[in-house]
Design a binder for this molecule. Structure first.
Ligand SMILES: Cc1cc2nc3c(=O)[nH]c(=O)nc-3n(C[C@H](O)[C@H](O)[C@H](O)COP(=O)(O)O)c2cc1C
Length: 396
């Protein structure tokens, strides 16, 4: 039984949330409703409490169980947060992280998958602020059920009508189905760059930001996995809920990941591991002289190939190939040579995707079948796209 928190906001379409609650219950969910104070002008607590058999929250300090903070309890217990209808106001508050009523406070405390179904006047929807908020929410992995075009309650024609209840319910149930596919699985992710010291203050590294690894960790958590991230120094922290091991060099990454690998069902080697390290890093700081400075580099261990050797039978190993070309031959060769089950290639020469950016485009190559292309997606959507595919290769 999945726990859904259904947030209802101050739109004239609020009455349709009653049918949505019923539809989700028919789909096997326990539904708990949180109204905003504005929504309570349109619909009542009694309506939802009678329909769902659960308490309905409105005010930030409502506490059905004395002594427990309901906003934290509900956020922790939810498998999915659906906000339908979602006003322009709640979208802009979610994007900005405002928590000034019970619903927005639950949303801020909640770390799982979220679905929002906006409903509003077409001008409010087209407003730059609302559009910017929608873009920010999509980049964080929030799924949007787009409002339909037609005549809205205020008599205007345009996009803004709440999507149909069946469309919202099926998107919600699909998200719940998706969130189950890694339940009980252990996922190991290597992420970020490594740093190979030159002396006590300098190092060799690369442009990996760790964003793709963090997105994969978040998506895997949403899918119910137990996630460990072994990460080099990154600009984005791995998500709350993942256990994190911080490392600097390729050798440290291999040592830390090797401890986790034998228990992992799925290994995602996203880290951009330096191929070479400085043979003899200087203990102090190298000083400038008039002479040339030669650094001798020696090969680092091949982390993903080593992890493949110690992985348990049936574990699925996925490598990443950031290549400055869309020629897949290099990625295919890596797949074979390193004994991977899949390799996800991305063309880092293309502006706007790959290193440091918020979007990515992957080509997933398996041992059988033609390569699949994700198209350009936010990194979290890309992570979800990839995990859905590789999860199918896990033994039942
Ligand atoms: C009759 C009426 C209908 C409204 N319908 C909508 C709507 O469909 N979408 C919307 O974004 N705002 C709508 N509003 C404005 C919101 O109720 C208002 O912005 C409110 O502050 C939203 O609060 P909430 O987001 O906390 O529920 C409506 C207001 C009124 C008076």
């Amino acid at each position: 039984m999945s726990n859904v928190v259904l947030g209802v906001t101050g739109s004239i379409a609020a009455y349709r949330a009653a049918d949505l609650a019923r539809e989700l219950m028919r789909g096997g969910c326990t539904v708990r409703v949180c109204l905003t104070p504005s929504a309570e002008k349109f619909v009542t607590r009694v309506l939802f409490e009678s329909l769902t058999g659960q308490p309905c929250l409105v005010w930030a300090f409502d506490e059905p169980e004395a002594g427990r903070m309901a906003h934290i309890d509900w956020a922790r217990q939810a498998d999915l947060l659906v906000i339908a209808p979602a006003t322009a106001n709640i979208l802009n508050k979610l994007a900005a992280g405002v928590a000034d009523d019970m619903l927005s406070t639950i949303a801020l405390a909640y770390t799982g998958p979220m679905l929002v179904a906006p409903a509003m006047n077409p001008a409010m929807l087209a407003n730059d602020t609302t559009q910017e908020s929608l873009r920010r929410l999509v980049a964080r992995g929030v799924e949007i059920v787009q409002p339909a075009e037609g005549e809205v309650a205020c008599g205007e024609h345009g996009q803004g009508k709440l999507a149909s209840v069946s469309e919202i319910a099926s998107a919600a149930l699909a998200l719940i189905g998706w969130t189950r596919s890694l339940r009980g699985r252990r996922v190991l992710i290597t992420s970020g760059p490594t740093r190979e010291p030159i002396d006590s203050v300098r190092f060799l590294s690369n442009r990996s930001s760790g964003k793709m690894g963090a997105a994969l960790a978040k998506a895997a958590l949403w899918m119910g996995a137990e996630v460990t991230v072994v990460t080099g120094p990154t600009s984005v922290p791995p998500p709350l809920g993942a256990s994190v091991v911080k490392v600097e060099t390729a050798q440290e990454m291999l040592a830390a990941a090797s401890e986790e690998a034998p228990a992992a069902d799925l290994i995602l080697a996203v880290a951009a591991v330096a191929d070479y390290r400085v043979a003899e890093p200087s203990r102090g700081k190298i000083r400038r002289t008039a002479e040339d400075l030669l650094l001798r580099l020696v090969p680092n261990p091949d982390v993903v190939a080593e992890l493949g050797r110690i992985a348990k039978p049936g574990a699925v190993l996925v490598g990443f190939a950031a290549e400055p070309t869309d020629d897949l031959a290099v990625a295919r060769e890596k797949l074979e040579r390193k004994g991977l089950h899949f390799i996800a290639a991305n063309d880092v020469s293309r502006p706007g995707i790959g290193f440091e950016s918020d979007e990515n485009e992957l080509v997933l190559i398996g041992r059988q079948g033609p390569p699949e292309r994700s198209g350009t997606l936010s990194k979290i959507a890309c992570a979800r796209w990839l995990l859905e595919r590789v999860a199918r290769a896990l033994p039942g």
